[in-house]
Design a protein around this ligand. Structure first.
Ligand SMILES: [Zn+2]
Length: 143
């Protein structure tokens, strides 16, 4: 299945100037052509795509089990699509709150860079085989 969309209409119309690539759900959209694209950026974004898949499948299974036990509607499964984004924003908010507490003593604290998903994605930038060789849910080791 195609994962990276080069010279993407979505990337061209969705991203601000200065931004080239975005991951939406399990796909990566970039303004660049395949020859222009930086491999490190593609590796980074593909890692986010896998993180989204991992959390969507895991939360979907949990929701499905809850549905079976308590007879909830299958519509709740749609929530699994948003799990990665909710988790990402929650972690950023928590780290931002920590940053505000530590602001006086640590000026180098960067909430965005410390998000576990970002830490794993940065780790994958220099290794084009990272996704093949890493374990699922590897981002959890950054907690
Ligand atoms: Zn990232």
């Amino acid at each position: 299945m195609k994962k990276v969309f080069y010279r993407s209409w979505i990337a061209k119309h969705l991203l601000f100037a200065g931004y080239s690539t975005i991951t939406l759900l399990a796909w990566v959209f970039t303004k660049w052509s395949k020859t222009e694209a930086r491999q490190s950026t593609i590796n980074h974004e593909c890692t986010h795509a896998r993180q989204w898949i991992e959390l969507t499948v895991a939360s979907g299974l949990l929701i499905w089990i809850v549905m079976l036990i308590w007879n909830y509607s299958a519509w709740w499964l749609i929530c699994s699509v948003a799990t990665f984004y909710v988790w990402y924003i929650l972690e950023w908010c928590i780290r931002k709150m920590i940053a505000s507490v530590l602001a006086d003593c640590r000026e180098d604290y960067d909430a965005y860079r410390l998000i576990s998903f970002e830490r794993e994605a940065r780790l994958s930038e220099k290794d084009s085989n990272y996704l093949e060789n890493s374990t699922y849910f590897a981002w959890m080791r950054f907690y």
